[in-house]
Structure formats: C-alpha cells, structure tokens
Design a protein around this ligand. Structure first.
Ligand code: FAD
Length: 381
C-alpha cells in the first residue's frame, strides 16, 4: 500500500506529492487525463511575489510580464496602478504544471496518467484530494459543500489592438459582471486573453448564461469591443472557480488541497499561490499525520498561515458585491482623489489584502474604512 495517494495531477497535487516524496514516503498521483496540463482552465496571471514564494522554477513558463493594472470603473473612469518593477506574470499553465509534475517525479513520486480515480482506488495511509473545484474526493468522504463559485468564460484573441502589453486591464461593474469582474490580459503585443466571471450561489437559480455576459463584454463594451474589433478568438473555455473555502479540509486520513479545498482568493479567483502553498504544507506534514493518525494539524496549520488573508479576500468580495455601480463609481472617484493610484503602485499586494490594509491605515488614517478596503479589493493593486 502507498503511503500517500494524491488524486489530481494539477499544480497543487504535484506540489503536495513533491513535498511528501521528499520525506521518503511512497507517493502516487492519479491524473485522469493523458498528459499533465491538458484541458487547462486558467488565465495564468500570478504575482511575482507569489511565484517566488512557491519555489517552482517558473521562468520558462513566462509568457508576459506586468508592471501594473488599468482599472476601469463602471462609468469607465480609469485608475492606472503602475509600479516601477515587474509585479506579475502571465504564465503558460501547461508548462508550469509540467514543471510541478517533473519536480514531484524527481523526488520519487509516481504519476499515473489516464487514471481516473474511483472510490475503490482510495487505498493508502494518506489520501490527498487535489481534484479541483468539483472534487469527487470531497464528495465521497462527505466533506462540507462549496456553494459559491465564479462562473467564468474566457477566450484568447489574436490581432488585438493592445495599447500597452505590460498592463493588465480590469473592468468593474456589478451590472456587466455581477459579483465578479472582467479582464483583458495581454499575452504579447497582439494577443489578449479576455474573460469575465459572475458570482453564483449554486443553491439558487439563475436566468442568464455566463456566455451571455461574455458576448456583451466582447462585442459591446466601449473599451473591449474596440480592442477586439479586428480579432479572432481561440481557446474558448467556460469554467468555475470556488469562492469559499470548505468548512473542513481534513478528516480521518483524507486531506483536501487547492481548488478542492476552496483555497482561492475570493476577490480575484487566483488559486495557484494559496492552493500551492497549502498543498506544500499538506505534503510536508504527511509523515507526521500518518504516524500520529491525526490529520487535524494540516487544517490548523494552513489556517494559521493563510486563513486570515483568505477570509479577508472573502469579506472584501462580499463588500464589493453589495455595491451598486453608482457606489463603485463614487468610491473610485474618491479613492483616486486621495492618491490611491500612487499608494497602490507602492504598496499593492495581489495576494495579501491584510498587507494593503495595514499600509492604508497609516496612509489614510482619517478616511472611511470602506475606502481603505476598496483599495485592497482592486486586483493587482
Ligand atoms: C477562467 C479561470 C481563470 C483563472 N485564472 C487564474 C489566474 O489568473 N491566476 C491564478 O492563480 N488562478 C487562476 N484560476 C484558478 C486556478 O486555475 C486554480 O486555482 C488552479 O488550477 C487550482 O489547481 P488545483 O491543482 O487545485 O486544481 P486543477 O488545476 O483543477 O487540477 C485538478 C486535476 O485533477 C484532475 N482530476 C479531477 N478529478 C480526477 C479524478 N477523479 N481522478 C484523477 N484525476 C482527477 C484533473 O484532470 C486536473 O488535472 C483561474 C480559474 C479559472 C476557471
């Protein structure tokens, strides 16, 4: 019997496997597809700081680099948050995921491709569910459900009229992107990855498909339709992102990591940095968990290190979602007046809203809490 069986060969599964194998455990990964990184669903925008922290050699995966963001309010007021240095990258997720898989294999983990796990396969001292947003491992073992998701639609557009290839564009509006936002990420001088998400609580019904919002965004939005006027799309995808963590992520000899656990920033939907770090923690704790037959330390540890930031991302998402477009516009105007562009360029942190809030407290001591929080919700701020 294996010491550790990881279900899912995405980045979090491979990082968990790598850490466990490094500690001389027998580790196998089951991946349902025929190759690592096939049928990927991601924009690939990740902070430099977050990537450096993960410790994966990502240099060969870089498609483009970014110094900042242009954020558009609902009435198309612009905020330009431009740092002196490179803050984020668009990465090739297939290449990145393969690097994670290579690292796991180098440490001795065995990867079984075209191996879709069934319940009967879950025999090992420790099981790590890294099987994504619709985790079957979580369902099989009765983990609490995730009900809140961003339903997303995205495509890559060739021949796009990109003004500055080192700036990501973010579009805010609770009418056009209810509960989430729109994005245009240049991949090079002439190709852009354009998409959007809408918030959905799956316990409630909804009447419009996410494609409906995407068509309006790409064909009618005054800024985006101009960028895409002469473009052709490819790599169309629709996918979901979990927007809350599960109430429980460890039970018996089963751990959940990454999207399966909901370890995702609810503000932006980014899951690689937090999911990857929690997965590494799971793998590094594996020998102790197996020895003590107690998985609760994993949950305590990741919550201690990342729980506050993830919770704040969630609170900020709830706060933002409660605003009308008019309110977003007026916060936007006030934030700009108080020098938010410069502040975010200097203190912005894509991953840690706690860090932004701390800096904002000293910079804007008299301003309303809401304006400070608005500063920390802005993606890539
Ligand atoms: C449209 C979109 C844009 C995004 N953009 C970003 C972004 O810019 N930056 C960012 O940080 N994050 C982004 N994300 C989120 C990011 O893609 C996820 O957080 C990340 O992929 C999670 O990694 P994971 O390893 O947990 O899960 P996944 O990458 O989903 O991997 C799960 C793996 O498990 C396998 N699997 C599932 N079930 C089984 C089974 N029964 N047996 C065997 N194998 C199985 C799957 O084939 C898959 O390979 C985006 C997500 C979407 C949908």
């Amino acid at each position: 019997m294996d010491d550790v069986r990881v279900i899912g060969g995405g980045p979090t599964g491979c990082l968990a496997a790598m850490e466990a194998a490094k500690r001389n455990l027998n580790v196998t990964i089951f991946e349902e597809h025929g190759s690592i990184g096939s049928r990927l669903k991601c924009s690939g925008l990740i902070s430099k700081k977050g990537l450096d922290m993960l410790g994966v050699d990502y240099k060969k995966s870089i498609l483009n680099e970014f110094r900042g963001t242009r954020i558009y309010s609902p009435s198309l007021n612009e905020m330009n948050v431009i740092a002196k240095d490179i803050k984020a990258f668009a990465i090739d997720r297939v290449r990145f995921d393969k690097t994670c898989a290579d690292d796991a294999e180098e440490q001795g983990a065995k990867i079984f491709l075209k191996k879709r796990a069934r319940r009967t396969d879950l025999k090992s001292n420790l099981i790590i569910g890294a099987d994504g947003a619709l985790s079957q491992v979580a369902a099989w073992f009765g983990f609490p459900k995730i009900n809140e998701f961003a339903f997303c639609y995205q495509a890559d557009f060739q021949n796009a009229a990109i003004e500055d290839k080192n700036l990501v564009s973010i579009f805010l509006s609770n009418m056009l992107f209810p509960g989430f936002f729109g994005w245009a990420i240049p991949l090079n001088e002439s190709e852009a990855r354009v998409g959007l998400g809408v918030f959905r609580d799956v316990r409630h019904g909804y009447d419009r498909s996410v494609k409906h919002y995407f068509d309006i965004f790409t064909k009618k939005h005054p800024v985006v339709s101009k960028i895409l006027k002469k473009s052709k799309s490819k790599n169309r995808l629709s996918a979901i992102i979990p927007l809350s963590t599960r109430d429980k992520t460890a039970s018996g000899n089963v751990l959940l990591v990454g999207d399966a656990a909901g370890q995702v920033k609810a503000t932006t939907g980014g899951g690689i940095v937090f999911g990857g770090n929690c997965a590494k923690l799971a793998g590094s704790l594996a020998p102790r968990i197996i020895e003590k037959e107690d998985s609760s330390e994993y949950e305590r540890s990741w919550k201690k290190r990342f729980g506050d930031d993830l919770m704040l991302h969630k609170k900020l998402r709830e706060l933002y979602n409660s605003l009308t477009d008019r309110q977003i516009d007026s916060y936007f105007t006030i934030a700009k007046k108080f020098g938010m562009e410069k502040f975010l360029a200097e203190h912005g942190d894509m991953d840690s809203p706690m860090a932004i809030l701390d800096s904002a407290k000293s910079k804007f001591p008299l301003q309303a809490f809401r304006i400070r929080t608005f500063a920390s919700i802005i993606p890539l701020g």
